[in-house]
Design a protein around this ligand. Structure first.
Ligand code: SF4
Length: 333
């Protein structure tokens, strides 16, 4: 809840208006797990609050720990689904990759979550609980909406979650610490650019329409050319960063033809490309590109003016590709 909503809750519980600010500090500053811990509120006020409200935090129900420190957690949602998030420590940084939906409607062929289909939207509470309840929450420096689901397909909840993460009376994070990714739902991107200052990442994976369509059915409704026309109109020289995620598959999208087209498409835009190693999933014809091709593609793009990095691969030993822990849980049933 925002401060104005907490003010209404305080009034309802017979608490003074300033109790709203105290509640916000307990929740977003001190991460209390029960109303009883809000010890500067009157006892009668706390009792009144408990009759109608709870903090709403839920512990993870499963975890896989990687040897490199990455940990994947499975969280229950308000509607009884299970979703994953991945905690990635890296020196003095720690990034949390959160889910925005249970399953996903987008059906990307190389993605385990895409194969599971759509089970439901997460509420803003479900999204924020991943941040609130993940072990090591206090060390988090960055959040990326790159877990299960398509954020622009559940934009109301995603925007509410990012609003509370960046609100001065919420988590008070800089929007520069938050990145929201999308396959490119144009209407969602338009609204996101108007209503949020967080960074934007586009899951690109192939610069050619027909080839991208074969990998990502969403290309049919949300073509990349049309999206790029929209993105080119934006001014990216200020605070907000635009990046393109590119999983590199052997011979499928790592050739010179692909590299040339990427340069043509992206070089007019202030952006960066993140090359990602493919985490193998069961029963797939997709194969990750060799290390040599990854380096070649990075160097080609960089030489032609497109800032490009190879994303470090984390948690290989715990199935860090999104959807695998959830799929394992479903197979148990
Ligand atoms: S890659 Fe992302 S958008 Fe595509 S199916 Fe998987 S979760 Fe959905």
């Amino acid at each position: 809840m925002r401060l104005d909503e907490l003010k209404a809750v305080a009034a309802e519980a017979g608490l003074p208006a300033f109790a709203a600010k105290q509640m916000a500090e307990w929740i977003y500053g001190k991460h209390v797990r029960s109303i009883d811990e809000m010890t500067n509120l009157s006892k009668s006020g706390r009792e009144a609050l408990k009759e109608r409200y709870e903090i709403g935090c839920k512990e993870p129900c499963d975890v896989q720990q990687s040897t490199d420190g990455t940990a994947k957690y499975l969280f229950p949602t308000e509607s009884g689904q299970k979703v994953e998030c991945v905690y990635i420590p890296d020196g003095d940084r720690a990034t949390l990759c959160v889910s925005s939906q249970a399953g996903c409607r987008m059906g990307c062929r190389f993605c385990m979550t895409g194969r599971q289909g759509f089970q439901g939207n997460l509420s803003a509470t479900d999204i924020l609980n991943q941040v609130y309840s993940v072990p090591g929450s206090e060390q988090l420096t960055n959040i990326v909406f790159m877990g299960q689901g398509e954020p622009m397909d559940n934009l109301d909840a995603v925007l509410r979650a990012t609003e509370l993460l960046t609100d001065a009376n919420g988590w008070a994070w800089s929007p520069k610490r938050i990145t929201v990714s999308t396959v490119g739902i144009r209407k969602g991107v338009e609204r996101f650019l108007q209503e949020s200052d967080c960074h934007l990442a586009i899951s690109l994976h192939n610069p050619f329409h027909e080839e991208r369509l074969a990998m990502m059915p969403a290309e049919k409704a949300y073509g990349i050319e049309e999206l790029l026309t929209l993105l080119k109109k934006q001014d990216w020289s200020h605070q907000r960063r635009l990046s393109f995620e590119y999983i590199v598959f052997g011979r499928l999208n790592d050739t010179e033809r692909h590299a040339r087209e990427l340069v043509r498409l992206l070089s007019p835009i202030e952006c960066r490309v993140n090359l990602i190693r493919f985490h193998q999933i069961p029963d797939t014809l997709y194969n990750g590109a060799s290390e040599e091709r990854m380096v070649w593609l990075r160097d080609y793009l960089t030489r032609h003016g497109v800032t490009t990095t190879i994303r470090a691969s984390r948690g290989q030993d715990i199935y860090a590709a999104c959807g695998l822990l959830h799929a394992k849980e479903r197979m148990k049933k």
